[in-house]
Design a protein around this ligand. Structure first.
Ligand SMILES: [Zn+2]
Length: 293
C-alpha cells in the first residue's frame, strides 16, 4: 500500500504540471505561442516557413503531430482550407475540433483587408473571406499576441500570471521595435510596388506602400503571357520601385518583367524560417523593413 501511495505522490505532480501541447499551423504562430507560453507550453509547428502557406500537403507525419495536441491555433481566413480540415478529420482528436474551446482561429480577432464584395469566383480561387496574410502588419502581431495570451489563460488558468508576465514583456519589446521600423520605413511612404501574390498587403498597408498589380492575374492563378505583357506596360507608365516576391514561387516571370521594365526584384520572406536568417519575428520585420532600398 505504502508503495502505491509513494508511486501516486511521485506521479501526481507530473500529470498536474505537465506542459500544454499546442499545435499551430504556421511558424509565426509558433513564435508567438513560444513567447507567451515559454516553459509552460510545448509548441508544435505544422508548416515550414519556406513552404507556400496556401498549398500544404496533409501528409501522415502532420496527422501524428496533431493527434495528441491539447489545443490547436490556426491562422484562418481560409488560408489552411486545403490542408487543415483533412488533418483534423484524420487525427480524431476532440481537442482540435473547430468547435472545441481548445481551438483558436486567429482571423476572427483582426480586421481583414480586401474582403470580396461579391460571392462569385471572379476574384480568383483563393481568399474568398478577404486577404488572410494579416500577420505581416507588425501592429497586428501585438493583437495576435494578446489573443494567444487570452486563449492560453482560458485553457490553463493556473498559469495565467506567467502568460500575463510573458505577454507584458513581449509587448514592451515589440512596441519599441514598432517605433524603429516606423522610422526606417518613413521615407518609403507612397512608394508603388508590384507583387507576385498580394502576400504583403498588410505590410504595405502599415507603411503606406501601394501595390499596383500582381504577377498572378488573380489570386491563386498562375501568370499568363497576356497579363505579363500588360503588366510591363503598366510598370512603364506607373513607375513602381520594385517587384516584391515571395520565397516559394519561381522568380522566372518576375526576372523577365524586371529585364523588360528595369525594376528590381526584391525577395520578401513571409514567415519565420522563410529564409535561413529569419529565426524569429523580430528578424522577420528587421529584414522586411530593410529590404526595399
Ligand atoms: Zn494568399
Amino acid at each position: 500500500m505504502k508503495k502505491y501511495i509513494f508511486a501516486l505522490l511521485f506521479l501526481l505532480p507530473l500529470t498536474l504540471f505537465a506542459n500544454l501541447s499546442v499545435a499551430v499551423t504556421y511558424p509565426y504562430i509558433g513564435a508567438l505561442t513560444k513567447a507567451i507560453g515559454a516553459d509552460k507550453v510545448d509548441t508544435v509547428v505544422l508548416a515550414k516557413g519556406n513552404w507556400d502557406p496556401h498549398f500544404i500537403v496533409p501528409r501522415p507525419s502532420l496527422i501524428a503531430k496533431v493527434r495528441d495536441a491539447d489545443a490547436l491555433i490556426m491562422n484562418g481566413g481560409q488560408l489552411e482550407i486545403g490542408w487543415l480540415p483533412p488533418l483534423i478529420e484524420r487525427a480524431s482528436n476532440p481537442k482540435i475540433a473547430t468547435t472545441a474551446k481548445t481551438f483558436l482561429d486567429l482571423s476572427r480577432h483582426v480586421e481583414l483587408l480586401q474582403k470580396p464584395t461579391s460571392v462569385d469566383r471572379s476574384g480568383g480561387d483563393v481568399h474568398p473571406e478577404g486577404n488572410p496574410h494579416f500577420h505581416l502588419d507588425p501592429n497586428n502581431i501585438l493583437i495576435l499576441a494578446g489573443t494567444i495570451k487570452e486563449f492560453l489563460i482560458s485553457i490553463d488558468s493556473q498559469n495565467s500570471a506567467v502568460y500575463e508576465k510573458n505577454y507584458a514583456q513581449f509587448s514592451d519589446m515589440w512596441n519599441k521595435k514598432l517605433n524603429t521600423w516606423k522610422s526606417k520605413m518613413a521615407d518609403k511612404n507612397a512608394l508603388k510596388v508590384v507583387q507576385y501574390h498580394n502576400v504583403m498587403a498588410y505590410f504595405n498597408h502599415a507603411y503606406g506602400l501601394t501595390s499596383i498589380a500582381t504577377i498572378e492575374p488573380l489570386p491563386g492563378i498562375p501568370p499568363s503571357s497576356k497579363h505579363t505583357m500588360e503588366l510591363i506596360e503598366l510598370i512603364k507608365k506607373e513607375s513602381p520601385c520594385c517587384i516584391l516576391h515571395d520565397v516559394y514561387h519561381d522568380t522566372k516571370t518576375a526576372e523577365f518583367i524586371s529585364e523588360k521594365s528595369g525594376i528590381k526584384v526584391v525577395i520578401m520572406p513571409h514567415d519565420v524560417g522563410a529564409l535561413d536568417t529569419i529565426e524569429d519575428l523580430v528578424s522577420l520585420f528587421d529584414y522586411l523593413t530593410s529590404a526595399i532600398k
